[in-house]
Design a binder for this molecule. Structure first.
Ligand code: AMP
Length: 213
Protein backbone atom coordinates (compact mmCIF):
# COMPACT_ATOMS: atom_id res chain seq x y z
CA UNK A 1 0.00 0.00 0.00
CA UNK A 2 1.57 3.28 -1.13
CA UNK A 3 0.09 6.39 0.41
CA UNK A 4 0.91 10.10 0.22
CA UNK A 5 -0.28 12.43 2.96
CA UNK A 6 -1.02 15.98 1.87
CA UNK A 7 -1.83 19.04 3.93
CA UNK A 8 -0.37 22.26 5.21
CA UNK A 9 2.43 22.14 7.80
CA UNK A 10 0.70 21.58 11.14
CA UNK A 11 -2.44 20.03 9.63
CA UNK A 12 -1.74 16.83 11.57
CA UNK A 13 -0.69 14.69 8.63
CA UNK A 14 2.39 13.42 10.49
CA UNK A 15 0.31 12.20 13.43
CA UNK A 16 -2.08 10.40 11.09
CA UNK A 17 0.76 9.05 8.94
CA UNK A 18 2.38 7.39 11.99
CA UNK A 19 -0.93 5.76 12.98
CA UNK A 20 -1.56 4.47 9.45
CA UNK A 21 2.00 3.13 9.18
CA UNK A 22 1.77 1.26 12.46
CA UNK A 23 -1.69 -0.13 11.60
CA UNK A 24 -0.62 -1.49 8.22
CA UNK A 25 2.94 -2.43 9.22
CA UNK A 26 4.57 -0.18 6.61
CA UNK A 27 7.22 2.52 7.14
CA UNK A 28 6.32 6.14 7.82
CA UNK A 29 8.66 8.26 5.74
CA UNK A 30 8.86 11.93 6.62
CA UNK A 31 11.29 13.98 4.56
CA UNK A 32 11.21 16.63 7.33
CA UNK A 33 12.41 13.99 9.85
CA UNK A 34 15.06 12.73 7.42
CA UNK A 35 16.36 16.29 7.00
CA UNK A 36 16.36 16.84 10.76
CA UNK A 37 18.47 13.69 11.27
CA UNK A 38 20.90 14.96 8.63
CA UNK A 39 21.03 18.37 10.32
CA UNK A 40 21.62 16.81 13.72
CA UNK A 41 24.42 14.64 12.32
CA UNK A 42 25.84 17.66 10.48
CA UNK A 43 26.01 15.83 7.14
CA UNK A 44 26.75 17.77 3.95
CA UNK A 45 23.10 17.39 2.93
CA UNK A 46 21.94 18.53 6.38
CA UNK A 47 24.10 21.65 6.24
CA UNK A 48 22.70 22.62 2.83
CA UNK A 49 19.07 21.89 3.82
CA UNK A 50 19.21 23.77 7.13
CA UNK A 51 19.61 27.12 5.42
CA UNK A 52 16.22 26.70 3.70
CA UNK A 53 14.38 24.93 6.53
CA UNK A 54 15.21 27.56 9.16
CA UNK A 55 13.71 30.26 6.96
CA UNK A 56 10.54 28.33 6.13
CA UNK A 57 11.49 27.75 2.49
CA UNK A 58 11.33 24.44 0.69
CA UNK A 59 14.59 22.59 0.23
CA UNK A 60 15.46 22.50 -3.51
CA UNK A 61 14.00 19.53 -5.39
CA UNK A 62 17.37 17.96 -6.30
CA UNK A 63 18.38 17.65 -2.63
CA UNK A 64 14.96 16.25 -1.68
CA UNK A 65 15.02 13.70 -4.48
CA UNK A 66 18.53 12.54 -3.53
CA UNK A 67 17.27 11.91 0.01
CA UNK A 68 13.96 10.23 -0.83
CA UNK A 69 15.19 8.00 -3.63
CA UNK A 70 17.75 6.46 -1.34
CA UNK A 71 15.07 5.88 1.33
CA UNK A 72 12.51 4.38 -1.06
CA UNK A 73 15.14 1.97 -2.34
CA UNK A 74 15.48 0.35 1.10
CA UNK A 75 14.15 -3.17 1.71
CA UNK A 76 11.37 -2.14 4.12
CA UNK A 77 9.64 -0.15 1.35
CA UNK A 78 8.79 -3.18 -0.80
CA UNK A 79 5.29 -3.67 0.64
CA UNK A 80 4.51 0.04 0.66
CA UNK A 81 4.91 3.19 2.76
CA UNK A 82 3.22 6.32 3.98
CA UNK A 83 4.91 9.45 2.64
CA UNK A 84 4.60 12.48 4.89
CA UNK A 85 5.87 15.80 3.57
CA UNK A 86 6.82 14.42 0.17
CA UNK A 87 6.04 15.28 -2.57
CA UNK A 88 5.70 19.01 -1.96
CA UNK A 89 6.08 20.34 -5.50
CA UNK A 90 4.81 19.23 -8.92
CA UNK A 91 8.37 18.28 -10.09
CA UNK A 92 8.71 16.09 -6.95
CA UNK A 93 5.33 14.42 -7.67
CA UNK A 94 6.38 13.79 -11.27
CA UNK A 95 9.72 12.35 -10.13
CA UNK A 96 7.88 9.99 -7.75
CA UNK A 97 5.51 8.88 -10.52
CA UNK A 98 8.50 8.29 -12.76
CA UNK A 99 10.32 6.18 -10.14
CA UNK A 100 7.17 4.12 -9.53
CA UNK A 101 6.38 3.73 -13.26
CA UNK A 102 9.86 2.33 -13.79
CA UNK A 103 8.97 -0.43 -11.33
CA UNK A 104 5.51 -0.98 -12.87
CA UNK A 105 4.09 0.42 -9.71
CA UNK A 106 1.89 3.36 -8.70
CA UNK A 107 0.54 5.33 -5.76
CA UNK A 108 -2.80 4.08 -4.48
CA UNK A 109 -4.01 6.85 -2.19
CA UNK A 110 -3.34 10.47 -1.47
CA UNK A 111 -5.01 11.71 1.69
CA UNK A 112 -5.40 15.45 2.12
CA UNK A 113 -5.79 16.56 5.74
CA UNK A 114 -7.64 19.86 5.38
CA UNK A 115 -7.26 22.55 8.09
CA UNK A 116 -7.79 26.35 7.78
CA UNK A 117 -4.69 28.55 8.16
CA UNK A 118 -5.92 30.28 11.38
CA UNK A 119 -6.25 26.92 13.14
CA UNK A 120 -2.78 25.93 11.96
CA UNK A 121 -1.13 29.10 13.27
CA UNK A 122 -2.69 28.46 16.72
CA UNK A 123 -1.67 24.82 16.70
CA UNK A 124 1.94 25.34 15.69
CA UNK A 125 2.60 27.87 18.43
CA UNK A 126 1.74 25.12 20.94
CA UNK A 127 3.61 22.32 19.21
CA UNK A 128 6.68 20.85 20.90
CA UNK A 129 9.03 18.42 19.22
CA UNK A 130 11.53 15.86 20.42
CA UNK A 131 14.81 16.48 18.66
CA UNK A 132 15.98 12.92 19.30
CA UNK A 133 13.13 10.78 17.97
CA UNK A 134 11.07 13.36 16.04
CA UNK A 135 7.79 12.79 17.92
CA UNK A 136 5.62 15.84 18.31
CA UNK A 137 3.33 16.93 21.16
CA UNK A 138 1.03 19.86 21.84
CA UNK A 139 0.79 21.99 24.97
CA UNK A 140 -3.02 21.65 24.96
CA UNK A 141 -4.11 18.71 22.85
CA UNK A 142 -1.31 16.14 23.00
CA UNK A 143 0.60 16.69 26.22
CA UNK A 144 3.55 14.52 27.18
CA UNK A 145 3.21 12.63 30.49
CA UNK A 146 5.98 14.74 32.05
CA UNK A 147 6.11 18.39 31.06
CA UNK A 148 8.80 19.14 28.48
CA UNK A 149 9.99 15.52 28.21
CA UNK A 150 9.40 13.01 25.40
CA UNK A 151 7.28 10.02 26.55
CA UNK A 152 9.18 7.65 24.30
CA UNK A 153 12.85 8.53 24.62
CA UNK A 154 13.04 10.90 27.60
CA UNK A 155 14.71 13.74 25.66
CA UNK A 156 13.80 17.40 26.10
CA UNK A 157 11.03 18.87 23.95
CA UNK A 158 11.57 22.12 22.08
CA UNK A 159 9.70 24.63 19.92
CA UNK A 160 11.27 23.99 16.54
CA UNK A 161 12.63 27.06 14.75
CA UNK A 162 10.36 26.25 11.83
CA UNK A 163 7.28 26.18 14.13
CA UNK A 164 7.81 29.78 15.33
CA UNK A 165 4.89 32.04 14.25
CA UNK A 166 6.85 34.13 11.72
CA UNK A 167 8.22 30.99 10.08
CA UNK A 168 4.78 29.34 10.13
CA UNK A 169 3.28 32.25 8.15
CA UNK A 170 6.05 31.87 5.60
CA UNK A 171 5.54 28.09 5.43
CA UNK A 172 1.79 28.51 4.86
CA UNK A 173 2.48 30.96 2.05
CA UNK A 174 4.94 28.48 0.52
CA UNK A 175 2.39 25.66 0.98
CA UNK A 176 -0.37 27.50 -0.87
CA UNK A 177 1.94 28.49 -3.68
CA UNK A 178 4.04 25.37 -4.20
CA UNK A 179 2.29 22.39 -2.62
CA UNK A 180 -1.44 23.07 -3.05
CA UNK A 181 -1.23 22.48 -6.84
CA UNK A 182 -0.63 18.82 -5.94
CA UNK A 183 -4.25 18.58 -4.80
CA UNK A 184 -5.42 19.07 -8.39
CA UNK A 185 -2.59 16.91 -9.70
CA UNK A 186 -3.79 13.91 -7.66
CA UNK A 187 -7.49 14.72 -8.07
CA UNK A 188 -7.02 14.46 -11.85
CA UNK A 189 -5.46 11.03 -11.31
CA UNK A 190 -8.50 9.92 -9.28
CA UNK A 191 -6.58 9.07 -6.10
CA UNK A 192 -7.28 12.15 -3.96
CA UNK A 193 -9.29 11.79 -0.74
CA UNK A 194 -9.89 14.76 1.56
CA UNK A 195 -10.61 14.54 5.29
CA UNK A 196 -11.53 17.37 7.65
CA UNK A 197 -8.47 17.76 9.89
CA UNK A 198 -10.03 20.02 12.53
CA UNK A 199 -11.64 17.29 14.68
CA UNK A 200 -10.27 14.80 17.20
CA UNK A 201 -7.21 12.78 16.15
CA UNK A 202 -9.07 9.45 16.55
CA UNK A 203 -12.09 10.59 14.51
CA UNK A 204 -9.90 11.80 11.67
CA UNK A 205 -8.01 8.52 11.80
CA UNK A 206 -11.26 6.52 11.54
CA UNK A 207 -12.26 8.55 8.51
CA UNK A 208 -8.91 7.72 6.90
CA UNK A 209 -9.20 4.03 7.75
CA UNK A 210 -12.64 3.97 6.09
CA UNK A 211 -10.99 5.26 2.93
CA UNK A 212 -8.13 2.74 3.05
CA UNK A 213 -10.01 -0.49 3.78
P1 AMP B 1 8.12 19.04 7.80
O1 AMP B 1 8.56 18.48 9.08
O2 AMP B 1 7.55 18.02 6.85
O3 AMP B 1 7.17 20.21 7.96
O4 AMP B 1 9.42 19.61 7.04
C1 AMP B 1 10.21 20.62 7.63
C2 AMP B 1 10.91 21.39 6.54
O5 AMP B 1 11.75 20.51 5.77
C3 AMP B 1 10.01 22.06 5.53
O6 AMP B 1 9.51 23.32 5.94
C4 AMP B 1 10.94 22.19 4.31
O7 AMP B 1 11.84 23.27 4.49
C5 AMP B 1 11.76 20.91 4.41
N1 AMP B 1 11.14 19.83 3.60
C6 AMP B 1 10.59 18.67 4.05
N2 AMP B 1 10.12 17.93 3.04
C7 AMP B 1 10.35 18.65 1.90
C8 AMP B 1 10.08 18.44 0.53
N3 AMP B 1 9.43 17.33 0.11
N4 AMP B 1 10.47 19.40 -0.34
C9 AMP B 1 11.11 20.50 0.05
N5 AMP B 1 11.39 20.78 1.33
C10 AMP B 1 11.02 19.86 2.27
Amino acid sequence: MKIVMLGAPGAGKGTQAKKIASNFGIPHISTGDLFRVNIKNETALGKKAKVYIDQGFLVPDDLVLELIEERLGMADCKEGYVLDGFPRTIPQAKALDHTLNNKNDKLEYTIEVDVPDEVIIDRMAGRRACLSCGRTYHLETLRPKAEGICDFCGSFLILRDDDKPETVMKRLEVYHKQTQPLIDYYRERGILHTVDGTGEIEMIYQEIINILV
